[in-house]
Design a protein around this ligand. Structure first.
Ligand code: G
Ligand code: MN
Length: 395
């Protein structure tokens, strides 16, 4: 792992302008392509799809020219595999047996162009030149995303994504947003929310998306929990700390370790679980939930009412806390339907002995409407934005 002492605010385009990957099993044809392209491009020529993939993983190509029918991995499979890691490399597919279906497939999967054998040298030169030009343009557009602070989740090659993710992990900190009891007129808890100083990964949803793609969710979850644990000693002693878990975190054995950073605070911690990522993939879910309870944690279902939470989370988690999604809150004062819905949900939850937290409260009118239908524990900009440290709330 490399250390990044001074990461630039936005990565420069990482594409070398002139590398072309040729995938062709017929040695004569391969040589012919090399001869046509090599005056202008650095050509890497391989004979199988597998070899091609290995090169794609390590090199920055401006374009790929692949036979549609190569050993190991067809041109279309190669195209699909390439797109998993790089959205931008133009792929030109070549076939000796043109058929409607393969042309259609090629286009559906995002092939840049489709050539039939025998390929005219001028046509090959032309298509590769257009492909590599497009590649440069895409790289510049990705750089523009960074400069203008757009999501940036997908830009750059994989190496670029790794570097930006490293920077985000290294600068990760937790913001805390107050959760208040209206009747008690006090803060009863704070939700910890991901923040980081990598300009292209500021949005937590984008950061989590990149972590998913890079298979680094475990690391992200561990780092976040470590940062929460470091902050807790400066929190008021009578509040709960709400910590979001990704479904993937439930499969991390470190979560259950007695020496895990949060373990010594477990009785003060409410773990929020959402079904945005499905819980169906977690092995032995019920057993894992049992272990968390034995360690002293409480559990919450996050985003209830957003359409994620299903039977699994309610029946297998039996949460102490339910968090109503802000989509139910937005404009609740204007909508009788929302008021009825929230009222029914609150009743059911209270009957089941669960505490209800209502998220995303922004206006006094929303607060009043929520209190009128039985909500007492509220969270939202009305009481405080997520901030560094544990801000107090004046009532
Ligand atoms: O999925 P989850 O409920 O954990 O997400 C909480 C998110 O909602 C955070 O990103 C937080 O910044 C945001 N948030 C918190 N309070 C409000 C609010 O009052 N209004 C809006 N629009 N967003 C909020
Ligand atoms: Mn949450």
């Amino acid at each position: 792992m490399t250390a990044h002492h001074s990461s630039p605010p936005c990565p420069a385009p990482t594409v070398a302008p002139s590398q072309v990957l040729v995938v062709e099993d017929d040695p004569l044809v391969r040589r012919a392509y090399e001869r046509v392209l090599s005056p202008q491009y650095r050509v890497t020529a391989v004979e199988s799809g597998q070899e091609a993939l290995a090169h794609v993983a390590s090199g920055a190509f401006s374009a790929i020219v692949s036979d549609i029918d190569v050993p190991g991995l067809s041109g279309i499979e190669l195209l699909k595999a390439v797109r998993k890691t790089d959205l931008d490399i133009p792929v030109v597919l070549v076939t000796g047996y043109p058929s409607m279906e393969s042309a259609q497939d090629a286009v559906n999967f995002g092939a840049f162009s489709y050539l039939t054998k025998p390929v005219e040298p001028a046509a090959l030169r032309d298509v590769v030149s257009r492909a590599s030009g497009l590649r440069s343009l895409l790289a510049l557009q990705r750089a523009a995303d960074g400069v203008l602070g757009r999501s940036g989740a997908d830009f750059g090659d994989r190496a670029g994504q790794e570097a930006r993710f490293e920077n985000a992990l290294r600068t990760l900190w937790m913001a805390f947003q107050p959760i208040v009891s209206v009747s008690e007129r006090r803060v009863i808890g704070y939700e910890a929310l991901l923040r980081n100083d990598e300009p292209t990964l500021r949005n937590p949803t984008v950061l989590i998306g990149v972590a998913e793609r890079l298979h680094r969710l475990t690391e992200l979850g561990r780092t976040a929990r470590m940062r929460v644990a470091e902050a807790i000693p400066s929190a008021p002693s009578d509040v709960k700390i709400f910590v979001n878990l990704h479904a993937h975190d439930l499969s991390d054995e470190m979560l259950y370790a007695e020496r895990a950073p949060l373990a010594s605070f477990a009785s003060r911690i409410v773990l929020e679980i959402t079904e945005r990522a499905s819980l169906e993939d977690v092995e032995d879910l019920a057993d894992r939930i049992g272990r968390l309870r034995e360690l002293g944690y409480s559990l919450a279902i996050d985003d209830l009412g957003a359409g994620y939470a299903g039977l699994t989370s309610l029946t297998k988690l039996e949460p102490e806390v339910v968090k109503l999604d802000m989509s139910l809150v937005r404009g609740v004062d204007q909508s009788h339907k929302k008021q009825h819905l929230v009222q029914s949900m609150v009743r059911v939850c209270l009957d089941l002995g669960m505490t209800v937290v209502t998220e995303g409260v922004e206006t006094p009118a929303e607060r009043d409407a929520l209190v009128a239908v039985g909500c007492d524990v509220l969270q939202g900009y009305l009481y405080g934005r997520p901030t560094r440290g544990f801000a107090t709330v004046t009532f």
